[in-house]
Every structure is written in structure tokens, then in C-alpha cells.
Design a protein around this ligand. Structure first.
Ligand SMILES: [Fe+2]
Length: 395
């Protein structure tokens, strides 16, 4: 039976013209036992469409690890490392992750208490809440009415020492049912109705494509430098109400308070990452972890008219860096550009972690048990930035 790639169901809120290439439902193949030829088709489809959905899948942690690893055979460890170092324990991600003992690359994530699960006698899970991360929070009255927020827009990546995973796999085991929630942006009037406990995705390619010329030029010439141990560094700081970056209040830890780190292990990445199959550029920045922005000068051939930082720049003022990134990234999370996945039990979603940003959304009550298996692997290489031709085309 041939592999079929069907369009995914978009919510009414989505601008379908911006999702022509994004997302496919894969039918006619079992993701737990792909032949090498089938895997090659899936690999191309993943990089072409950035997210693939398989329904009614039975998948063991071993099979999920094998499927994830197939995208990067030389990769081995979970994307955030072994979760055992001092820096891991102080990281804001630490409470969200429970490792499957048999397959430590696969994490159990979700909400509520899960018993006797894949070798875990009892796991207390907590769906991350904007209330512990954002500077401002939704009032209890609004929360009772089902108002919620994006938790944190991100790429799955340690952003220090380890390279960003190519692919993340998310497998839904338990999906509590409940009424829709309203995700409020609170930086204006935007809001988006979302299924309870959705995962929200936006395309990094769209993030770049919708920018005006001067910001495209800035993006194609820029690199971001992440803080050492970014999830420890940002731990005292609070996020913007959209979950797209941190408020600049000077709350971050100073670098000398951090667990031991080395300059050579810090990550310096181009703002735009090149898709290995389509060669298109994706705007891939995890805004929370960025400490500096480095802008190359315009190439000689480019017009200087209206150009930002035509002679290049090295920006180290956090507020200036964050304001610029917000200006470039915020348009792409507007309601009509978000795909909030409506999870069903036994859904398996594979997403191209180097081509999209995603966020946890919503809030569960303590007795609503949600259980997912998540796997991604620190990559064997770093993402590739724009080519010289790309720079000449967009600068
Ligand atoms: Fe994630």
C-alpha cells in the first residue's frame, strides 16, 4: 500500500493560504515498523511539511526512540542531555520531565498522577502553566471561564553544549476531554480558541516570509548568541504574556552565578536555518535564551536604503536584542498563523524541530490525567544558515 499524505484539518481561525505546505496526515503505513524505503519517504515528507500526524498508532518507547533516531542515526542522547548534572537540576525544564527507565531518551510528560507506567511505579506530572512563568497572569475569574495563554514558544533544544534535535516525536496516550479554552495574547486584543491542552505550532518559514524587506535583510545577516545554561540563566526571569520571550527587568542570573560553563560550549546560531530538503529558510530563534545579536554588514552589492544596521552590529543590550526579535517573531504567532493540534489518544506527531516553533497551551485540573511520550535527540550536527546566495537575495 502506498503512503498517502493527506492535508491536516485546519481550525476555522487559520489562514489556509499560509498553510498550503504545512502539516500532513500520513496514512497507509505503520510508523513503528517502516522499511528503509518508507522511512526515506517519511523523512522527505517531514522536512517538506514540517509536521506529520499519524492516527491510531501503537508505539512502544523503544519503537519511538528508533523512529526518532532514524532521522539522525549518529545521535544518541536526549535533546537536553542526561538530566543529572547540576545545571540540569537547576533548569526550569527539570520538573516537566520524567524519564522512561528502559529508554531514557523518551520522556513521560503530561498532567496528574500516572501509576505503573513503563517501569515507573508512580509519576506526578504537571502540565506547565503560564502562571509560574509569565510576568502577568490570567485572573482566577477569567481562568474559571476557560481563558488561558501560550506557555512558552520554543525550539526543543539545550542551546548550550548540545545541538538542536532535528525532529521531535510526540505520542499521545491519555488525552483528557474538556471544553475549548480561549488563548489570550494580552499584548493587544488577539485571542485564539484552542482545544484543551493543545500543542500550538507556527512555521518558521512563514515567520521569515511575512517580514517586510528591511527585517528580512536583518534576519538573513544575523546570528544569535545564547546564554550559557540558558534555562538556568533565565530561571528567575519572567516571560511576556504571549510566551514569546522574556520581559527585560534585569532578573536573569549573572553569568558568574551559573553552574560551571565554558565559552566554547555556548551556541552561536544563524537566525535563519536552511531546510535540508527544500533549501527554504526558517526563522529559528528560541527568544527566551538569547543573550546577544550579531549582525553582519550589508554585502557591497545591496542597497543601503532603509537598511537596518547597514555596517553590522554586535548588540548586547538585552532589551534591545529582545525588542528586535519580538518585532520579527510576533507577527508569525498571530491567531491566523497558529496550528493548534487537537489531540486524540494514539496520535503520533512528528515535527521538524528546525523548521517550526511550538508551545504548550492551556491548563488542566489536578485530576485530569494527561500522558504523552516525547522523544528528541541532541543532533550530530548544527543547523546550517543562509548561503552566500541567500544573503545576496535577501540582504
Ligand atoms: Fe517542546
Amino acid at each position: 500500500m502506498a503512503i498517502e499524505l493527506a492535508p491536516i484539518t485546519l481550525p476555522e481561525t487559520a489562514d489556509a493560504s499560509k498553510f498550503k505546505q504545512f502539516g500532513r496526515e500520513v496514512k497507509g503505513v505503520n510508523p513503528a515498523s517502516l522499511t528503509p524505503e518508507e522511512f526515506e519517504e517519511i523523512r522527505k515528507a517531514l522536512y517538506t511539511h514540517d509536521a506529520l500526524l499519524f492516527r491510531n498508532v501503537n508505539l512502544t518507547p523503544e519503537e519511538q526512540y528508533a523512529l526518532t533516531k532514524a532521522f539522525d542515526p549518529e545521535s544518541e542522547n536526549y535533546g537536553h542531555g542526561n538530566n543529572r548534572t547540576e545545571a540540569d537540576k537547576k533548569s526550569i525544564l527539570h520538573p516537566d520531565l520524567k524519564t522512561i527507565p528502559r529508554v531514557p531518551q523518551v520522556q513521560l510528560i503530561g498532567n496528574g498522577i500516572v501509576y505503573d507506567h513503563e517501569g515507573l511505579a508512580e509519576a506526578k506530572l504537571k502540565h506547565p502553566s503560564h502562571k509560574t512563568f509569565h510576568k502577568t497572569v490570567v485572573s482566577p475569574e477569567d481562568e474559571a471561564k476557560g481563558i488561558t495563554r501560550f506557555y512558552r514558544w520554543h525550539i526543543d533544544a539545550a542551546l548550550y553544549n548540545l545541538s538542536p534535535p532535528r525532529v521531535t516525536t510526540l505520542y499521545a496516550l491519555n488525552v483528557p476531554q474538556g471544553p475549548k479554552q480561549i488563548c489570550r495574547y494580552d499584548d493587544g486584543d488577539d485571542e485564539l480558541p484552542v482545544p484543551l491542552g493543545t500543542t500550538a505550532f507556527v512555521s518558521g518559514k512563514t515567520m521569515f516570509n511575512i517580514l517586510p524587506k528591511e527585517l528580512k535583510s536583518l534576519a538573513v545577516r544575523s546570528k544569535v548568541k545564547y546564554a550559557p545554561h540558558p534555562y538556568v540563566w533565565m530561571s528567575p526571569a519572567k516571560a511576556k504574556s504571549t510566551g514569546l520571550g522574556i520581559e527585560s527587568e534585569g532578573l536573569e542570573m549573572s553569568f558568574d552565578e551559573l553552574p560551571p560553563w565554558e565559552e566554547s560550549r555556548r551556541k552561536l546560531y544563524p537566525v535563519l536555518w536552511k531546510n535540508p530538503v527544500t533549501s527554504e529558510l526558517s526563522f529559528q530563534v528560541h527568544p527566551c535564551g538569547v543573550a546577544e545579536l550579531i549582525v553582519d554588514p550589508l554585502p557591497k552589492e545591496a542597497s543601503r536604503e532603509g537598511a537596518l544596521y547597514p555596517d553590522g552590529a554586535h548588540l548586547t543590550d538585552l532589551k534591545e536584542v529582545r525588542d528586535l526579535l519580538y518585532k520579527m517573531q510576533r507577527p508569525a504567532i498571530s491567531p491566523e498563523l497558529v496550528y493548534p493540534h487537537d489531540w486524540h489518544e494514539k496520535d503520533l506527531v512528528l515535527f521538524h524541530n528546525r523548521g517550526i516553533l511550538h508551545s504548550v497551551v492551556g491548563a488542566f485540573k489536578e485530576d485530569q490525567v494527561r500522558a504523552f511520550h516525547q522523544c528528541n535527540l541532541a543532533a550530530s550536527d548544527d543547523p546550517v544558515g543562509p548561503s552566500n546566495d541567500d544573503v545576496l537575495q535577501w540582504a
